[in-house]
Design a protein around this ligand. Structure first.
Ligand code: PMV
Length: 354
């Protein structure tokens, strides 16, 4: 094999889960099927320079995030790439990888940065793999989703735009626990024009890591009921997306968010991640829905920040609701990020040097 250098850059979005992945087994395999919406503007941009080593002693990794080195990130990425070199991509042993990444969204904003970053890194790795082993027989995006999943489960879904399902289920063709599948072909056009406004009520870093959260599910008294319910919600939300049932869609999405928090509250140790402003926003959303019949709904990640989901066609009354019924009553330090459904990752460049 010729030892070329490569420089590759991808941007890849974050996603917000509508049906939550919370609980795993084996090597990053999900306990239930999950489903998410890929964002448009909240992206990680990652560039990797692959330089050949004189031996197979790699991968040697140098990681900088937003221009700075971080010992914790460096170790996590080294561990991930070493695992890949051993199990999946032996060519990595022959390379030094200089990885630079930045996000277009603020830290600790309730936007999953690991999904955006791990998917962008996986795409860089798979682009080089594809170049080195042309005709290896992998479908590129399926492979990238699989590789991203090994770094962070939810990153598997960020490989595709629109609505994405991950986890084996008889209700999605070609579904798998190993990689995600886009489902846009079955989605009604109403849902293809959807907004996500993120209300950052607190930007203190996550109190609990998702790996710790997944671990807590192993001995959780409700875990079997949760996995059963998640799979039922997954099946039902597919029907809502297909049939334009926005009312039931809102009920399921909110129930999923509250279940995630109920599981956290009732685990051992117990975690209460909502803030008073989180609850206030939830109550206001429900009142708005009762008074207007517009099926605006909220979801939450494992933190206090609130995602408001709605059809872009209803932006005018919803922006007015945010400005009049939310903004004046919550902490003045709260920030608002206006994002929407996005079309998925993009390669920025790929260069090969002999
Ligand atoms: O991909 P992880 O291991 O960071 O877990 C993600 C967990 C949630 O964000 C809470 C839910 C999800 O499905 O994205």
């Amino acid at each position: 094999m010729q030892k070329s250098s490569f420089q590759v850059k991808w941007k890849s979005p974050s996603n917000i889960a509508l049906i939550k992945y919370w609980g795993k087994h084996g090597h990053q395999l999900p306990a239930n099927a999950s489903l998410s919406m890929t964002l448009s503007d909240s992206v990680s941009v990652t560039e990797v320079l692959f330089s050949p080593l004189n031996s197979d002693s790699g991968p040697v990794v140098n990681f900088t995030f937003e221009g700075k080195q971080s010992e914790a990130f460096q170790q996590r990425i080294e561990k991930y790439l070493t695992y890949l070199a051993e199990q999946e991509m032996p060519f990595l042993k022959k390379y030094h990888l200089a990885i630079q990444s930045h996000n277009t969204f603020p830290h600790s904003s309730g936007i999953a940065s690991s999904a955006a970053f791990m998917s962008s890194l996986a795409l860089c790795l798979c682009s080089v793999e594809e170049q080195l082993f042309e005709g290896i027989g992998y479908a590129f995006y399926e492979r990238a989703s699989y590789i991203a999943r090994l770094g962070s489960g939810s990153a598997a879904r960020s490989i595709y735009g629109g609505y994405v399902s991950w986890g084996r289920t008889m209700h999605v063709r070609r579904s798998s626990d190993e990689y995600a599948t886009p489902i846009n072909k079955i989605v009604h056009s109403t849902f293809l024009n959807y907004a996500d406004t993120i209300i950052v009520v607190s930007d203190t870093p996550k109190a609990i890591s998702s790996s710790e959260g997944h671990r807590l599910m192993e001995n959780h008294p409700f875990h079997l009921a949760r996995y059963r319910q998640a799979n039922l919600h997954h099946e039902e939300i597919l029907r809502c997306l297909l049939c334009d049932d926005r009312k039931r869609f809102a009920e399921i999405v909110e129930n999923e968010a509250l279940q995630l928090h109920a599981l956290l509250m009732t685990s051992n140790p117990s975690w209460i991640l909502m803030e008073p402003d989180t609850l206030f926003i939830i109550q206001q959303v429900r009142k708005f829905r009762q008074h207007t019949d517009i099926p605006l709904c909220f979801t939450l990640d494992a933190g206090p920040n609130v995602h408001l989901l709605y059809s872009i066609e209803e932006s005018v009354p919803i922006r007015q609701f945010i400005d009049e019924s939310i903004r004046p009553f919550i902490s003045s330090s709260a920030r608002f990020i206006f994002d929407k459904l996005g079309s998925g990752p993009e390669q920025i460049f790929f260069h090969k040097f002999e």
